[in-house]
Structures are given as structure tokens and as C-alpha cells.
Write a protein that binds this ligand. Structure first.
Ligand code: SF4
Ligand code: SF4
Length: 344
């Protein structure tokens, strides 16, 4: 198992300590204090960061110096036995996602379409937009990225399973893999290099694929002329350079993204995982602020990227009068493949 590559010197000379100064859940009085606490984590000493981090992933984006603060926090917690969630929950996730030889592999040639362990993604990856690749679906624990275990500080599970998943893709003999889940694309393009695992295929983010297909299908697009709030998933923090794709895709199909307080770097995650790491009070606070902000922006729709966020928030946004819809379904409505009434 490979170790996390993390540079102590890079942190030592960091003038901003952005990883902690921008954290929405741990408060620091000054850069000096934030930097000092982060240096304790780097050196393997006790720090309040190790007990207060709620595992939102965001410091992976906040650090602009190429270090991986979130992964390091998880490593240090596990070393010290300071798990971020009760042991039975961490264990339940390990068992739920265990490889059991029940993977589903369709007609894969040079390209595979990864739907992780989320059946909703297989339903989304159909129709004209996915014509030519929907038959190449791979699904199951054998192809699931193990990043979810970072929420429970079980980094050893990531170190153990990631090379096995990479090997499973290698055995398929594919040249490229389109990832329908941010967490998977983020794992293979950010976490894998952080642990020095090389990929035997080219990873493709599904929104890059989506934008290209919509550009090819642009004569079929009827602008939707709606306003939508975007629910950014936690794992998008692993791949912040891909965030602008949301606006590019929505622009193409005539969807306006109104300004919000909780957008971009300041986004709030769906809060689902906080049930395990922090308790229901934080879940209610984060979801309440997030949905109020969506409503204040004047949005009619709430657009999801991650199916887990969609499960967590759909009913709640619906109760407040917003229409929940996945980005792919919105694109299908725009090309006339689905009816918008289905998402009222
Ligand atoms: S993790 Fe990044 S942002 Fe945080 S102290 Fe180190 S270099 Fe600075
Ligand atoms: S993962 Fe989130 S809560 Fe934890 S330290 Fe990083 S930014 Fe703060």
C-alpha cells in the first residue's frame, strides 16, 4: 500500500493557511493560529482540527499549493484512532462496498462508462446524449472509487482498495473511462496521484463528455429559459478546475445560474454525511441555510450533479417549491427527449 505524498516544507512556507482560514466549520482567530494548528497535523501532533473537521472535502480545493490537507487529516485521525464517525457506521460502509464478484460489465471495448455503485447513474447514462457509450457501462464495488471511506477516516481502506479497482479497470483493457460520478473522477485524477498510483487508462469527466455531445446536438436544443440553483457535491472539491463546466452546460441549454451566497468555493454540501460525522443539528443548519439561499436567489429549479445529494435534498427542496432535477435530465429535456412536467 502506498503512502500519501505530502510536503511538510510546502506547508511550512505557506503564507495564507487557506486550507483552514477558509474552512466553513472550524474557526480560527488569525492566520498564525490556523497555520500553527495545520503544522501540528503535518507533524503528527494533536490538533483540534482532528476532532473538529466534519469531512466536507473543501480544504482540498482551498489549498492552492498542491498539498492534500483533507487526506492528511484523515490519515492522522486514523493513526491516532480518532475516527470521525462511530465505528459501526464506518464498518457498515466498509461491508456495504466490499467487492463480492457481483460486478456488471456490458459491451466494453476501448471505452468504459463507469457508474460506480450508483444504479441511478445507469438510468441517466442512456438516450441520444449517451448514444455509442451507454452499452459500455461498468458498475459495482469492483469499479467503485473508495473515497467515501475518507468521511470515516478509514484511509487504509482507500489505500487497500484503490489499487484493486485500478487493476480491475486494467483487466478490462480499456483505453479510456468516462466517469459519471464526481467522486470517481476526483479519486482517479486527484487521490490516485496523491498516493502515487498510476492509471492504465485515460479518465474522462462526464461533464466534458456532456458538453461535447450537446455541442454536437445543438440544433436539437430548445432553450429552457429557467433559473436554477446548482447543488455542488463535496467530491467536486477534488476537481475544482471542472466546476466551470456546469455554467457552460447550463448556458448552452438556456438555464440561468443566479448569484448565490453559497456558490463556488463557498458552496455548502448536501449535509448527508454530517448525520454520521457530526449529528443532526449540523445537518439541519447546513441544509436550512443552503435551501434558503437557493430560494433567495430566485431559482425555480435545484440542479443536482451527484445522485447522493439528490436523494438527500430532493424532497426538502420540493417542499419549499423548488423543482429537483439532475443535470443530465435537464439536458435531456432541452433536446426534447424528456418532458419537463416529469420533474415538477
Ligand atoms: S495544506 Fe496547503 S493551504 Fe494548508 S498550510 Fe499547507 S500549503 Fe498552506
Ligand atoms: S474537510 Fe472541511 S471541515 Fe475538514 S478541515 Fe477541511 S475544510 Fe474544514
Amino acid at each position: 500500500m502506498n503512502d500519501l505524498q505530502f510536503s511538510e516544507n510546502v506547508c511550512l512556507t505557506c503564507p495564507t493557511a487557506d486550507c483552514m482560514m477558509k474552512c466553513q466549520y472550524i474557526r480560527f482567530g488569525s492566520i498564525k493560529e490556523a497555520h500553527g494548528e495545520m503544522m501540528k497535523v503535518v507533524r503528527g501532533e494533536d490538533s483540534r482540527i482532528l476532532s473538529e473537521c466534519v469531512t466536507c472535502y473543501a480544504c482540498e480545493e482551498y489549498c492552492r499549493r498542491g498539498n492534500h490537507p483533507y487526506l492528511l487529516i484523515g490519515e492522522r485521525r486514523e493513526e491516532k484512532g480518532l475516527l470521525s464517525a462511530p465505528r459501526p457506521i464506518a464498518k457498515q460502509w466498509i461491508n456495504l462496498t466490499r467487492m463480492q464478484g457481483k460486478q456488471f460489465i456490458c459491451q466494453v471495448n476501448d471505452t468504459a462508462l463507469s457508474c460506480c455503485l450508483l444504479p441511478e447513474l445507469m438510468v441517466l447514462a442512456t438516450g441520444e446524449i449517451f448514444n455509442g457509450v451507454s452499452q459500455a457501462v461498468v458498475f459495482g464495488a469492483e469499479f467503485m472509487c473508495p473515497a467515501v471511506h475518507s468521511h470515516f477516516s478509514k484511509m487504509s481502506v482507500i489505500r487497500e482498495r484503490l489499487p484493486l479497482v485500478i487493476e480491475n479497470f486494467r483487466k478490462l483493457g480499456v483505453k479510456e473511462v468516462i466517469f459519471m460520478h464526481d467522486e470517481c473522477y476526483g479519486t482517479f485524477t486527484s487521490i490516485a496521484p496523491a498516493y502515487c498510483y498510476e492509471l492504465p487508462f485515460r479518465p474522462i469527466y462526464y461533464m466534458d463528455f456532456l458538453l461535447e455531445r450537446l455541442t454536437q446536438l445543438k440544433d436539437r436544443i430548445k432553450p429552457l429559459n429557467i433559473r436554477a440553483a446548482y447543488q455542488r457535491p463535496c467530491s467536486n472539491r477534488l476537481i475544482p478546475d471542472k466546476l466551470p463546466l456546469v455554467k457552460q452546460i447550463l448556458d448552452l441549454i438556456g438555464v440561468e445560474l443566479p448569484e448565490r451566497t453559497y456558490q463556488g468555493e463557498n458552496s455548502l454540501c448536501c449535509g448527508e454525511v454530517f448525520k454520521a460525522t457530526s449529528g443532526y443539528q449540523l445537518v439541519a443548519d447546513v441544509q436550512g441555510r443552503n435551501i434558503s439561499d437557493m430560494l433567495a436567489s430566485g431559482a425555480d429549479y435545484c440542479v443536482f450533479n451527484c445522485p447522493a445529494c439528490q436523494v438527500s435534498l430532493s424532497e426538502k427542496v420540493k417542499k419549499e417549491g423548488l423543482k429537483p432535477v439532475h443535470l443530465v435530465d435537464l439536458c435531456k429535456i432541452a433536446i426534447g427527449e424528456k418532458r419537463r412536467e416529469e420533474f415538477l
